[in-house]
Design a protein around this ligand. Structure first.
Ligand SMILES: *Cc1c(COP(=O)(O)O)cnc(C)c1O
Length: 366
């Protein structure tokens, strides 16, 4: 039986009428840029994320870029982040002329190792960007402690973690800025690109709003050189419909994760470790195995969806070569990159499909 890694058409079919109507309403009122749906979504997401402000932007990447820019990160500054993440986490730092400083991850969560952070702080360090990888929050208390001690800004890359919690606090509400992505494959995904910045500070929020509209306030009076980075009204209309379903979709993912956990218990398969401080939302269910190439060959043959997030750590990327890192500085990201593979975990996955995934994985790596 073929099993897809993700099947968004099942989600669409389950909410088709509401989605279609929401999109058509936008064509009736024609306020395609910063229309009423954007305002309503920002209001609801501020509540959902437990933050004073939620500001829609054009993508998760732009959310990170605007947050760093609002934190006045620029040429000469250093920003500390995880060596193991989607490219955007590091790319935005370089795009602002700053230097990304990579640190190794924890073996069990694949998140940034807080113990490694303080060691790389210099007089040029401006910010720390923890990434809540795969839907589990990084260990935020020690990170915030280090940030306070050294007077650093914390920008949370929560692109994979909407609704995740750390010690009962929402991911993205703990640092100075929280950054989310509505890329279609994220837990709350739009029909295209979209992103969000969450924060609690009035002045910082004002600045992010100015930055997304060419740096202007009022219109045509440009305080700074900003960006064109708004969340489209059409995307907001789609996301408003989906937001109502997010808690039950998250529960579906957690239920699927628990089934995998049970099935792989006592085997050689390394399953995700959900920490006691975390409410994990499983944007990915990522296992690690010794014989990954063989497993992937069979999964491909049996048409069982899978993907490697991520095959190349930042310190190994061609575009960061000039930073001069050596592989031996990152033993844990190197190990993770060589052994992880993510399995289908989407809420609409059927029990039969999940049985098939489990059977195939166990037959090779169990
Ligand atoms: C998806 C993702 C981003 C970027 O979001 P886009 O909306 O695709 O720009 C950034 N960081 C992480 C960890 C992500 O998973």
């Amino acid at each position: 039986m073929a099993v897809p890694l993700l099947d968004l058409s099942r989600q669409y079919r389950s909410i088709k009428d509401k989605l279609d109507q929401a999109v058509l309403r936008v064509f009736e009122h024609n306020q395609f840029i910063l229309g009423p749906e954007v305002t309503e979504l920002e209001k609801q997401l501020a509540v959902f994320c437990d933050c004073k402000y939620a500001i829609g932007v054009a993508s998760g990447t732009d959310a990170l870029l605007l947050a760093l820019r609002a934190a006045s990160v620029g040429p000469g500054d250093e920003v500390i982040t995880s060596d193991f993440s989607f490219f955007a986490s590091a790319g935005v730092i370089s795009r602002l002329g700053a230097v990304p400083v990579f640190v190794d991850i924890e073996d069990d969560t694949y998140n940034i190792d807080p113990n490694a952070v303080e060691k790389v702080i210099t007089s040029r360090t401006k910010a720390i960007m923890p990434v809540h990888l795969f839907g589990q929050s990084a260990d935020m208390d020690p990170i915030m402690q280090i940030a306070r001690k050294h007077n650093l800004v914390v920008v949370e890359d929560a692109a994979q973690a909407i609704g995740a919690r750390y010690r009962n606090r929402q991911a993205g509400s703990i640092g100075h800025y929280g950054c989310f992505s509505f890329f279609p494959t994220k837990n709350l995904g739009g029909a295209g690109d979209g992103g969000l910045v969450t924060l609690n500070d009035d002045d910082r929020a004002d600045f992010v709003r100015i930055l997304r509209f060419h740096g202007a306030k009022p219109k045509y009076y440009h305080r700074v050189i900003g960006y064109n980075s708004r969340l489209d009204t059409l995307q907001a209309a789609v996301l408003l419909v989906k937001l109502d379903y997010l808690p039950r979709w998250t529960e579906g993912r957690r239920k699927n994760a628990a089934s995998y956990d049970r099935a792989f218990k006592g085997t050689a398969i390394k399953t995700p470790v959900a920490k006691e401080y975390a409410y994990h939302i499983y944007n990915q269910y990522t296992i690690a195995v010794e014989n990954r190439e063989e497993l992937m060959r069979v999964m491909k043959e049996k048409k069982v969806g899978h993907e490697i997030y991520y095959p190349v750590p930042f310190h190994m990327q061609d575009c960061f070569k000039e930073l001069g890192y050596k592989p031996e500085e990152f033993p844990r990201t190197s190990r993770a990159a060589a052994s992880v593979v993510s399995l289908p975990i989407f809420p609409e996955l059927t029990p039969e499909e999940q049985e098939e995934v489990i059977a195939v994985v166990k037959s090779i790596s169990g």
